[in-house]
Ligand binder design. Structure first.
Ligand code: SAH
Length: 402
């Protein structure tokens, strides 16, 4: 069957030749043949050289995403099964102590715009690109064959669907909706996950290694967890032996879920304090009250959803980090994160350095200084394609007050 064909404008083939999978609408010179959302197309340079096969998305600024650079490879059900099997094989190689795993991480697994997270026997999928929407049945069939599970939930309600011209979709693709939040266990801690209403697919799987790191250094420490959501870091710190954990979030629902997990894990309620309040207000209040902590975690929402929000985001990151640093005891640790894709690791580090300088100069304490102890990122199940730096959205720094 002849595929429809995209021809790029002159000199627009470079990123694709380097295996970056996105074709921007502005790079397309012309389209030949019948196209529709998600259809498979061949992509050619302006000089008529075959470059890749991909899926087409007529409404999106990212007009096509490449699936294969091999002209003889057929994009069919078997193609998706092969890709999924490959993604699973990477996860299976890893020895880990969890049943909450990202099985498919979009572009990084050669399946642009597809997210599949596993929570024990429940799979949760996001189809965030017209190409993946088109192949949904093939993807679900392959998942059913390859992953033992009782249900497959769809959580295609992320804002990026709109840019693809796709409606939000939430429901069950296989099995029944869970009557209760799904329970997972990670490094000895039980967490509950609301796969229907929770953020993303319900849980911040990407912070696993950092939760583990926190647990490993929490023994006997006081911890402040800002933007705690359902308490991922808080519970890890308690499991690690923290003497007391203060957690702050402005979502009452998230806090209610966090508190229930205290019982589930048998943690003494008096070891934890949950504050339903604006994080900026709490940081200011704690500073005025002179409260100090041994460890502060700052994992805020995406302050920069796109490059146009960057200036404002830089100011917000600087403000919360300066405030967080000022709450640290001597030798205290700050674990600070940014999940803004628009802010790269170098910029984030610069913001943290500026915040540290301000914290020092504001404090009047001539002995205060900070050192960067460790750079942090997401875990093994969020691999990064070398040709796709956009996948590197989660950046973190562990800083010590000296
Ligand atoms: N650290 C969490 C994920 C954070 S998601 C984890 O590891 O699971 C961001 C959280 O910030 C959300 O729960 C949201 O309710 C909360 N939030 C957003 N703006 C806030 C604000 N101004 N003050 C307090 N919490 C806020």
């Amino acid at each position: 069957m002849m595929l429809a064909k995209i021809t790029l404008k002159p000199n627009k083939e470079r990123p694709l030749l380097r295996r970056h999978p996105w074709v921007y609408a502005t790079a397309v010179d012309r389209v030949d043949g019948k196209v529709y959302p998600g259809c498979t197309i061949s992509i050619f340079s302006s000089e008529g050289q075959f470059i890749a096969k991909g899926s087409y998305s007529p409404r999106s600024q990212i007009r096509a995403r490449a699936l294969s650079w091999d002209e003889s490879e057929v994009i069919d059900h078997a193609f998706f099964k092969r890709k999924i099997a490959k993604a699973l094989a990477l996860r299976q190689q890893w020895v880990n102590d969890t049943n909450a795993v990202r099985l498919i991480f979009g572009e990084s697994d050669g399946l642009p715009g597809l997210i599949v997270d596993q929570y024990d026997q429940t799979l949760v999928c996001q189809f965030l690109f017209a190409g993946m929407e088109y192949w949904k049945d093939a993807i679900v069939a392959a998942l059913k064959q390859l992953v033992p599970c009782v249900r497959i939930v769809e959580r295609s309600d992320a804002a990026v669907r709109v840019r693809e011209g796709l409606e939000p979709q939430v429901g069950c693709l296989e099995g029944d909706m869970p009557a209760e939040p799904v329970q997972v266990i990670e490094c000895g801690v039980k967490y509950t996950v609301d796969v229907l209403e929770g953020h993303k697919t319900g849980f911040y799987i990407d912070q696993r290694d950092n939760r583990h790191l926190l647990a490993s250094l929490a023994q006997g420490k006081t911890v402040l967890n800002m933007f705690c959501y359902t308490g991922g870091f808080s519970l890890a710190a308690l499991r690690g032996g923290a003497s007391h954990v203060t957690s702050v979030d402005s979502s009452g629902d998230a806090l209610a879920m966090a508190k229930k997990q205290m019982d589930l894990n048998g943690f003494e309620p008096s070891r934890a304090e949950w504050i339903d309040e604006d994080a900026f207000a709490v940081l200011t209040r704690f500073r005025k009250e002179g409260r100090k902590f041994d460890v502060v975690v700052l994992d805020p929402p995406k302050f920069a959803p796109s490059a146009s929000h960057l200036d404002k985001a830089v100011r917000a990151y600087k403000e919360i980090n300066r405030a967080g640093m000022q709450l640290l005891n001597p030798n205290g640790l700050l674990l600070t994160f940014s999940c803004s894709g628009a802010m790269d690791a170098a910029l984030f580090e610069k913001v943290i350095a500026n915040a540290a300088t301000e914290a020092m100069t504001h404090s009047g304490d001539k002995t205060m200084d900070f050192r960067l102890v460790k750079r942090l990122s997401s875990g093994f199940d969020h691999p990064l394609l070398v040709s796709f730096p956009e996948g590197d959205y989660l950046k973190g720094i562990m800083l010590q007050r000296i």
